[in-house]
Design a binder for this molecule. Structure first.
Ligand code: CU
Length: 119
């Protein structure tokens, strides 16, 4: 008796970029605990689901205060070697913030939010 195998999931969705989604988005900041006043450096590493670096992406970071509307505060990160993107910005108030990282490449856009407490 033949045993049927269903392999359809692996090919269910393709994008132009030769990267397997979903991506893994990793954010590190310097300093790790941001302060006001102060400048925070944002470093984002993007890898695909196969562990390969995602280069040539547009990466933005939106700083969104959780407890009130502080207005838009978005930076566009600059590409570095190795699927890394960096930039710097300043938080405008102490308290709870969300850093929304948005990555776009090859027709795929993926966002991830990282919470920070700014002191
Ligand atoms: Cu505020």
């Amino acid at each position: 008796m033949a045993v049927g195998m269903v392999l359809g999931l692996a090919a269910c969705h393709r994008h132009n970029a030769a990267t397997a989604v979903p991506w893994h988005i990793e954010l590190t900041t310097t300093p790790a605990a941001p302060t006001v006043p102060g400048t925070t450096v944002f470093k984002v590493l993007v890898t695909d689901s196969a562990g390969q670096q995602v280069a040539g992406a547009k990466v933005t970071v939106d700083l969104i205060m959780v407890t009130m509307d502080m207005g838009p505060n978005q930076i566009v990160l600059q590409p570095q070697p190795g699927g890394v993107y960096t930039g710097s910005a300043s938080f405008t108030m102490a308290g709870p913030w969300n850093c929304k990282v948005t990555v776009s490449a090859g027709g795929h856009t993926q966002a991830q939010t990282f919470p920070f407490t700014v002191s």
